[in-house]
Structures are given as structure tokens and as C-alpha cells.
Design a protein around this ligand. Structure first.
Ligand SMILES: [Zn+2]
Length: 375
């Protein structure tokens, strides 16, 4: 049986280890100690170095008890969106949250704790299983950096469950959009604003005109776009020479995404030209869309396991990117499982302890039922 007390303790321990992105070392060590006790072999890749991280992704493996059983992979990320240093856990017996001064960090320590409990369950019990891989990623929050730099030769599995959705336990996220980041640098011409303004070209005015003409927000049922940052000018008495505008576009359709990005680029370049300035627009592919059909065995397995533990099931669409986008792009079929935490990335973040327990039961049930769906 799953050990609820042990799981709760692990979760609380993990919450208390501060691990903002690129500083996951202590969490990685804590997890590695558990894996070692449970008979897993593990390796860390050098991924972290590529983006200024002090720690790599952790890949752990438990050999099959029976080679005819399917291979499964579970994934969670060790970093939190910001530091939760000074965290005071408030637990009323039902829900865990912070005192409101920091984030809690359930995103994604809930996933990490649940995977640690799975490791212990598999080593304590005699549950037959195929090869099990556990991937603990780093720097997921700042743009899936850990997995973008993962040494994929470390992975064997082709079916992964990513334990990282704020949706309720029992919900399976089977699709997510592609995203592109856009940075426009607009060059005008500096001049004294009071003495000879006619000699200047105002880069802020160009940026404003371009953004005003842009289609933003929800573009259609598959596409969104946003301008999120604008930076420009140096003083009120100088016509601003340079302004930088940053935004993004997302879509479940690659064609619609390309069209939206082109539209945004055009507004910057056209408005700059009309006003005697110049725009340099840089676009960066952030992550790629995926859609796993609901009839696929892995989705059916996740739903059946959730029903078995009496959770309400659902299939959901994500609006954001996660490690599942990168895994799918590399041919590892991945869906995201609801962990049931609420208000992630805010000081109101919380998780009902019942969700934590249910998530652990769920993935154990996925292992138990997997032979019925693959084979
Ligand atoms: Zn997360």
C-alpha cells in the first residue's frame, strides 16, 4: 500500500528545499538518495551548463521484473518558477499552502514527491513491472531549457507521463500549442526634444503604432498572441532612438502560427518604414505543438487507472508549454497528468493533500494496469 505519511513528509521536505530554476542541485541530491535506496541506477546529464545552470537533468532507471511488460517513463521538473526562500507551510489538515509571502512550490514538487513515492512503492512491493524510467528535469520554468538540452541518448522509453498540470487528478492533457517568441528592436533617431525635435525619429511612437495595429489576444479558437514587454528611451527631453518590444504567439496549428507571426513582423517593419525608422525583428521557436489521439493506449491507460481510483476523468487541452512538448518533439509520446494544485506561480498556490495522495495512487495504478493496454 502507498504510504501516505511518507509521501507527505517527502513532499514537505521537497517544498522546504529552495530550488529556483538553475539551482536544483539540492533537490537533485535529495531525490538521488531516495533512488539509490530503491535500487534505481541514475545519471545526470551536463544539460545545465548550456544555460548557466548548476545542475543537470536526472535520469533514473529500474530494470523490469518481467521483460514482457511495457516500459513506462514518468517526468517532473525540480525547479520552481521563483525562489520560495523563507517558506512557511500552512497546513490545516486538508490543504497545503504558504503563508502568502512566497509561492508554495507544489508546481512541480508534487510531481517530484509522487515519483519518489512510486520508486519506494516499487521497491517495497512485489508489483510486477516493465522497465521504469524517471526523468527529473531542470529549468523547465524559464522555457523548458533542461529538456531542450537533454542528452536524449540517456532515455530508452517511448511512452511518458509528465506529472505537471494544475488540472485535477484524473485529467489527462493530450495536446498543447506551438509557440514563437518575438523580439523587435526599433531604431529611430535621437534628437533634442525641445531644440530640434524635427530631426528625430521617435522609436517609441513607431512601436506604439505597430502594436496598435496588431491583432492580439485570442486570434481564433487555436491561436493567441501577446505583446508583453516594451522598453525604450533614455530621458524625457530626448527623442528616443531605440525601443525593444517583446511578445509571443501560440497556436495548435503551425500554419496559423506562421501567419500570426508574419502579421506581427509586418506591422513592426511597415510602421518603422512609414516613419523613417527601421525595425529588426527576431523570432525564436519556443516549443512545438503535439496532440495525442484519445484512443491511443497511453491515454486509455491513464483514464482507466484514474477511474479505478475513483477519480473523475477528463481529457484537456493545454494553453502552455511543458516538458511534454519537448519529449513529443523527440519522439517520446507524452501526455501531462493533472496534479491538482491550484494558482501555480502565485503566492496563493495550494494543493489539497487528497490530491497529492490520489496522484500517487494514480501513477501506481498506471503501472499496475499497463499490461492491459500495451502488449
Ligand atoms: Zn510546472
Amino acid at each position: 500500500m502507498m504510504n501516505r505519511q511518507r509521501l507527505l513528509k517527502t513532499f514537505r521536505d521537497l517544498l522546504m528545499i529552495d530550488s529556483p530554476s538553475r539551482e536544483e542541485g539540492k533537490v537533485s541530491k535529495y531525490v538521488a538518495n531516495i533512488l539509490r535506496e530503491c535500487g534505481f541506477s541514475f545519471r545526470r546529464d551536463k544539460g545545465g551548463h548550456a544555460f548557466g545552470g548548476k545542475c543537470g537533468n536526472l535520469v533514473a532507471r529500474l530494470p523490469a521484473t518481467d521483460d514482457s511488460l511495457p516500459a513506462l517513463m514518468f517526468v517532473s521538473h525540480m525547479d520552481t518558477v521563483v525562489s520560495n526562500s523563507g517558506l512557511q507551510i500552512v497546513f490545516d489538515g486538508k490543504t497545503l499552502k504558504s503563508d502568502g509571502k512566497t509561492i508554495l512550490g507544489a508546481d512541480d514538487k508534487a510531481g517530484v514527491a509522487v515519483m519518489c513515492e512510486l520508486a519506494r512503492e516499487l521497491s517495497d512491493s512485489r508489483i510486477p513491472h516493465g522497465p521504469i524510467e524517471l526523468l527529473f528535469s531542470v529549468a523547465e520554468e524559464p522555457g523548458l531549457l533542461g529538456l531542450k538540452h537533454l542528452d536524449f541518448s540517456l532515455l530508452n522509453g517511448e511512452t511518458a507521463f509528465v506529472l505537471d498540470s494544475h488540472t485535477p487528478v484524473g485529467s489527462v492533457v493530450t495536446s498543447a500549442p506551438s509557440a514563437v517568441r518575438i523580439t523587435a528592436t526599433i531604431f529611430g533617431k535621437a534628437a533634442h526634444a525641445g531644440v530640434e525635435p524635427e530631426k528625430g525619429v521617435n522609436s517609441i511612437a513607431i512601436a506604439s503604432a505597430a502594436v496598435a495595429k496588431m491583432r492580439l489576444g485570442r486570434i481564433d479558437d487555436e491561436t493567441t498572441a501577446n505583446i508583453g514587454i516594451i522598453n525604450g528611451g533614455t530621458a524625457t527631453n530626448i527623442v528616443p532612438e531605440k525601443t525593444i518590444v517583446k511578445g509571443e504567439a501560440r497556436s495548435f496549428s503551425k500554419r496559423k502560427l506562421a501567419r500570426q507571426v508574419a502579421h506581427m513582423e509586418t506591422q513592426f517593419t511597415r510602421c518603422a518604414k512609414e516613419r523613417g525608422g527601421r525595425a529588426e525583428v527576431k523570432t525564436d521557436h519556443d516549443f512545438t505543438t503535439f496532440a495525442i489521439p484519445p484512443e491511443e493506449p497511453m491515454v486509455q491507460l491513464a483514464l482507466a487507472a484514474a477511474r479505478k481510483i475513483r477519480r473523475k476523468t477528463s481529457i484537456q487541452k493545454s494553453g502552455g508549454g511543458s516538458d511534454a512538448n519537448v519529449l513529443n518533439e523527440h519522439g517520446v509520446r507524452s501526455v501531462i497528468l493533472g496534479m491538482g494544485y491550484t494558482s501555480p506561480h502565485t503566492e496563493k498556490e495550494a494543493i489539497p493533500v487528497a490530491s497529492l495522495y490520489a496522484a500517487a495512487e494514480w501513477i501506481l495504478e498506471i503501472v499496475r494496469q499497463s499490461p492491459r493496454f500495451f502488449g
